[in-house]
Design a protein around this ligand. Structure first.
Ligand code: SF4
Length: 207
């Protein structure tokens, strides 16, 4: 199997959705750096990173469950998967509640759902994002549109890995919160002012 055919990490979908260059720096060049956002994220994940399970009433919750899809060429793990006694599965992804568009989280959750469907042969139609800061769950429907986005994102990431090339920097509001800003040097390419205005609008804080 060539590198281009190696399984793609589930986290790569979220990275690509946020910024294709960030995805390439992490998954092509293995660059990684800590900032306050990644450290908060790591703290929020600390418990769900330990494999184990809990049972409550008719639900068994597995933590840090390895998942994969041979069809899509994906591999990773789910923070929590609830196995309900009526047979349905429900993935829950833990986030530390930073300001960011929900679409990035939803894409990763949909990819987890598609892995679980392939592994267990059962439809997974819903999941949730658990926000550590607010201690609230946001339920997410695994829609046909999200599934299509997963397929397209996997294809785009695979093409990037096969090319071995870094996408250009987005050089907009996203960069301020990116842990790779020093490695990336996005300001080396001047932004188009229109592009920056659009991005600043799109990436306004949710809360
Ligand atoms: S600094 Fe900006 S362009 Fe570079 S990887 Fe991060 S978000 Fe992308």
């Amino acid at each position: 199997m060539s590198e281009a055919e190696d399984p793609i990490m589930l986290s790569a979908l979220q990275h690509w959705s946020y910024c294709p260059r960030q995805c390439a720096l992490i998954h092509l060049e293995q660059a990684f750096d800590e900032n306050v956002h990644t450290m908060r994220g790591n703290a929020a994940h600390a418990r769900v990173d330990e494999p184990g399970f809990e049972s409550f009433e008719d639900v068994r919750s597995e933590r840090a469950l390895p998942v994969w899809s041979d069809r899509l060429g994906l591999v990773g793990k789910c923070d929590v998967v609830e196995f309900h006694s009526d047979g349905h599965l429900y993935p829950v992804e833990y986030k530390h509640g930073r300001k960011k568009l929900q679409v990035h989280d939803d894409l990763q959750l949909a990819a987890q759902a598609m892995c679980l469907e392939e592994m267990f042969g059962r439809p997974v139609t819903q999941g949730a994002i658990y926000h550590h800061t607010s201690r609230r769950r946001r339920e997410v429907a695994i829609t046909p549109e999200l599934r299509q986005q997963v397929e397209e994102t996997v294809a785009a990431i695979r093409a990037m890995l096969a090319s071995g090339k870094l996408p250009p920097p987005v050089n907009d509001a996203r960069c301020k919160e990116c842990s790779l800003i020093d490695i990336c040097q996005p300001q080396a390419i001047a932004p188009s002012s229109a592009h920056e205005l659009i991005a600043q609008h799109l990436f306004e804080p949710e809360d």
